[in-house]
Design a protein around this ligand. Sequence first.
Ligand code: AMP
Length: 543
Amino acid sequence: MLGLMMNTPLLISSIAEHGANYHGDREIVSVTVDNPRHRYTYRECVARSRQLANALASLGANTGDRIATLAWNDYRHIEAYYGISGAGYVCHTINPRLFPEQLVFIINHAEDRWVFTDVMFVPLLEAIADKIPNVEGFVIMTDEQHMPETTLKNVMCYETLLANESSEFEWPDLDERSASALCYTSGTTGDPKGVLYDHRSTVLHAYAAVTPDVMAMSSRDSVLPVVPLFHVNAWGVPYATLMVGAKLVMPGPKMGDGEALCELLDSEDVTLALGVPTVWLALLQYCQSAGKRLDKLQRTVIGGAAVPRSMIQEFRDQHGVEARQGWGMTEMSPLGVVNTLKAGLEGLSDDEQLDLAAKAGRGIYGCEMRIVNDEGEQLPWDGEAYGALQVRGPWICSDYFKLEGAAGSHTDDGWFDTGDVATIDPEGYMAITDRTKDVIKSGGEWISSIELENTIMAHSAVAEAAVIGVAHPKWTERPLLVVVKAEGQDASAEELLKFYEGKVANWWIPTDVEFVEELPHTATGKVKKIELRQQFKDYEWSA
Ligand code: AMP
């Protein structure tokens, strides 16, 4: 027997309309490329999203079309989030830090029809324009006054596009399983893979995000997402804020600028801020050198990479801020676990609480997890046994866009294999111990070790090479190139590093080189990365 409840679809447009109706005067404040402090209300934001929806219909967009954004965190990008997804198109957020070849790959793979871009990324698009022939036009997210000279074809000005449209728009009554957003991840080997979110997963994820033991977000909060809108929908913050009516503050291009962040936190009364450890390191260093205390900030949610215990302690002791570690993935929308104290653990000493806080976190309703050994058998939650971490739930991907099972990312019984290795303790706190996926995460962004290895193998002095991620004080991890020299050949570290120039993005180039006699191998001849990481775990960077 079915229940007798309304089958109202969970749609992103309903979050927008809720925000505008119940919290219409709530502010959205942005630093943009053309305005140091833009402010307006939810009401205006949602009205402009409707104008954008009308503009896309005028351009001839069809339901399900992919429309790309290449932009920092600001109000126009939020309008794109709601205008594109709400109207039934797929908002494909692109990471501008990718190497040009990767940009070309994902724009073509996604079959983006239009690209919405910040002025500052126009040169990036100009350089690849002839390789993305299916893009029909480029919308520059600025006003006429700030429009750049460009060689791009079919260029439109965002403000002019909107000005011609009505702010009345009937959001379509979509199936809640309709695709809403697309984000490519390079978090595994090979080409980037597209994670295709839907309306239902997005709304459920936002519900989970605002709950007390996750982000604890309410209408009384002022929220600063320093995590980019091009990275897993800024952890869902654009949806969660409008769902509860929190003030939304965005740093635009000032993401990694400690001083600018400190100023924003203070002047906009930010109570909750979210970002990767590298960003908070910049902020904490600035506070230290300028003698500032973060008086208004109450909580930070830090994730995307392991959070140093010392960072959690500094937030707590120097600023009275609760730093919550979180773990998740692009494939998981991204929330998987968040670290808050469970009932019954209040008696732990300060030190013990910090030890606990340095773990990734504990489960959120909506994301089940398990750890398994090589045979696929479940391992105990004893805090000791470690194994492959697998997850499942309504906001976790069931596949990758246009890959149909080919990625080998899911188990036969339907769990997603995260590529992380973890322990889970009897209280349910999960800690990441290693990674099976062959990638390095530096400053919150992925670097493919395989690509770095393949590139350097073309150098005649290299017999064998492995690239591993090693802990780094600023970037969490940096790539270390470990090389066995070819017999009778010689090359200096500088020469090898120079060899990468022009072949990979500059920030991918390994930070150091170590020469060794031989590399450790598995029985099947693969380099034993786990052993190598162990060998270099206390590596001291030269610079
Ligand atoms: P992404 O898809 O770019 O968000 O990256 C997800 C990956 O980042 C995870 O699979 C982990 O390898 C890593 N990661 C995220 N959060 C944490 C954390 N708290 N501790 C350690 N690694 C993390």
